[in-house]
Design a protein around this ligand. Structure first.
Ligand SMILES: Cc1cc2nc3c(=O)[nH]c(=O)nc-3n(C[C@H](O)[C@H](O)[C@H](O)COP(=O)(O)OP(=O)(O)OC[C@H]3O[C@@H](n4cnc5c(N)ncnc54)[C@H](O)[C@@H]3O)c2cc1C
Ligand SMILES: NC(=O)c1ccc[n+]([C@@H]2O[C@H](COP(=O)([O-])OP(=O)(O)OC[C@H]3O[C@@H](n4cnc5c(N)ncnc54)[C@H](O)[C@@H]3O)[C@@H](O)[C@H]2O)c1
Length: 473
């Protein structure tokens, strides 16, 4: 009986990173993917289509705002079919990197079919039983559909279907004010749909700092989105061809008529088809349980990415895959370190975050300083017409403990703070670094200086400066 070194289930980012590295290192690797293409959610139904769509929406928005820049242009007309074609083209050009032949060239045996465990060391795919010494489960997640009466009958879109739409809905109802809901809600509003977001929690993006989500919510409202927070959809009905969202907000009720519904109410791990009990792999509601070395309850089986959590991002699946390579291939006992994890919500303006929020730091009892700086005081942002938002910094013992940026290109800007945290750089070093003028990156120095200037201009320093200047010629 042939025993492969490593059998990897799932051809998304987690599975692709582990299989390409293990294959190139000479291990006997099998990669199993149930769709007929590699790339997973990120490439086909997630990051890539959403960011491509967002770019088209931005063009529509800029066209609408052209007058603000002294350029005459009419109201933009969205051809959603053409937008969808562009999304497809971008996916196809990136898909070339995920060509199965490329992986076969690394020595990986790529198989298409659904895998399920038949025992702790065996899986079944397309009727063939494969045996392995170690396994990686990287099967990702799918949309969680809330059990709202009438929703199934009314029909709805998810991230798996929305990027194939060719007709712009006149009215779009979005269930969920998380990253997926808001990125798509704003894009469709910019395309010209009337968009209503229904969020169950009392604010959008409940995991983010409330100071910046409040500002983002206001900006989205100014752009024409209707956002109902603290609101539950209790029932959906279809009357005269329109879908009606029957909602409750506290004691009051309302009905929102829409043409399409987008469900973006969270994710569910893809575990059901795996027969994990046959392999002795424990699973909870949030996903497969893993230890800090990404090992499941069966120590020769690893899991990474959305199926394991706790952070459902592409860069996290890639990071965790690296930890699995260390443990399963190099046999080095490496553990995950989640202290410096950035993430970005690609609304406009973008919202980027790393490390502790103010609330989390205070809950930990840390003696922190908070620094803020607004993009309305960043010259480049004004020149660009993007002076909304702010940077908020959590400083602990002279170092960055966390940062949140709501502003233009926040997803790019956050990485100076990522590096500062990773390298444990003092904020005085950030202040000392020359930042080119006029860049948006000046926001870092200016935010940090707002803490340091309090020390610089403190009475003690002023007295010292007076004495030095009296004593020295
Ligand atoms: C709309 C949207 C936008 C997003 N935007 C971003 C973003 O901007 N930035 C970011 O970092 N993250 C983003 N994400 C999240 C990101 O897509 C995921 O975190 C990432 O794809 C997780 O990678 P993965 O390898 O864990 O799973 P996936 O990429 O989902 O891959 C899992 C693969 O396993 C396969 N599979 C499942 N079960 C089986 C089985 N039994 N046998 C064989 N194969 C199986 C699936 O077909 C799939 O191809 C977004 C997600 C969505 C939905
Ligand atoms: N830019 C990015 O990195 C990016 C983009 C999209 C998605 N993602 C990842 O994918 C994950 C899933 O995104 P998501 O937005 O679907 O999930 P989410 O869990 O982040 O947000 C879902 C939102 O829906 C709300 N909700 C849940 N049930 C509801 C209901 N019945 N009615 C109304 N509101 C309801 C929740 O309160 C929550 O705010 C995210 O956690 C994120 O990490 C990342």
């Amino acid at each position: 009986m042939k025993r492969h070194d490593l059998i990897i289930i799932g051809g998304g980012v987690g599975g692709l990173v582990t299989s390409s590295v293990a294959g190139q290192l000479g291990l006997d690797v099998v990669l199993i993917e149930r769709e007929n293409k590699l790339g997973g959610d990120c490439l086909h139904y997630g990051c890539v289509p959403s960011k491509t769509l967002i770019r088209s929406a931005e063009v529509a928005h800029l066209t609408r705002r052209a007058g603000d820049f002294g350029i005459q242009a009419g109201e933009p007309v969205t051809d959603l079919g053409a937008v969808t074609d562009r999304v497809r083209e971008v996916i196809e050009s990136i898909q070339k990197h995920d060509d199965p032949e490329r992986f076969r060239g690394y020595g990986v045996d790529v198989r298409f079919g659904e895998a399920r465990f038949t025992g702790p060391h065996s899986v079944l795919v397309n009727g063939t039983e494969l045996h392995g010494r170690r396994f990686v489960i990287a099967t990702g997640s799918r949309p969680a559909i809330p059990p709202v009466p009438g929703l199934e009958e009314a029909g709805y879109l998810t991230n798996e279907t929305i990027f194939g739409q060719r007709e712009l809905p006149r009215r779009l109802g979005v269930l969920g004010g998380g990253p997926i809901g808001l990125e798509l809600a704003q894009s469709f509003a910019r395309f010209g749909s009337q968009v209503t977001v229904i969020e169950m929690a009392d604010r959008i993006l409940p995991r983010e700092d409330p100071e910046v989500t409040g500002e983002l919510q206001e900006l989205l409202r100014e752009e024409g989105l209707t956002i109902h927070t603290g609101t539950a959809v209790e029932r959906v009905s279809v009357e005269n061809g329109e879908r009606l969202l029957h909602c409750r907000q506290g004691d009051s009720t309302m009905t929102v008529p829409v043409d399409e519904i987008l469900v973006a109410a969270g994710r569910k791990p893809n575990v059901e088809s795996l027969d994990l009990d046959k392999a002795g792999v424990a699973v909870e509601r949030a996903g497969i349980t893993v230890d800090p070395r990404m090992r499941t309850s069966a120590k020769h089986i690893f899991a990474c990415g959305d199926v394991a959590g706790p952070y459902p991002f592409t860069h996290m699946a890639e990071y965790q895959a690296g930890v699995i390579i260390a443990n399963a291939v190099f046999r080095f006992p490496k553990k995950v370190d989640y202290r410096v994890v950035p993430w970005v919500t690609y609304t406009s303006p973008e919202l980027a975050h790393v490390g502790l929020t103010e609330r989390a730091a205070r809950d930990q009892g840390l003696d922190i300083q908070i620094a803020r700086f607004h993009f309305r005081d960043v010259d480049r942002a004004l020149a660009e017409g993007t002076g909304q938002g702010m940077m908020k910094l959590v400083v602990h013992k002279g170092r960055v403990a966390g940062a949140t940026i709501l502003g233009p290109h926040a997803g790019e800007l956050i990485h100076e703070m990522v590096l500062a945290m990773q390298a444990r750089v003092r904020i005085s070093t950030i202040a000392a670094a020359i930042h080119a003028y006029p860049t948006l990156a000046q926001v870092h120095r200016r935010t940090v200086n707002s803490v340091l200037s309090a020390q610089l201009f403190a009475p003690r320093t002023r007295t010292l400066v007076r004495w030095i200047n009296k004593l020295l010629p």
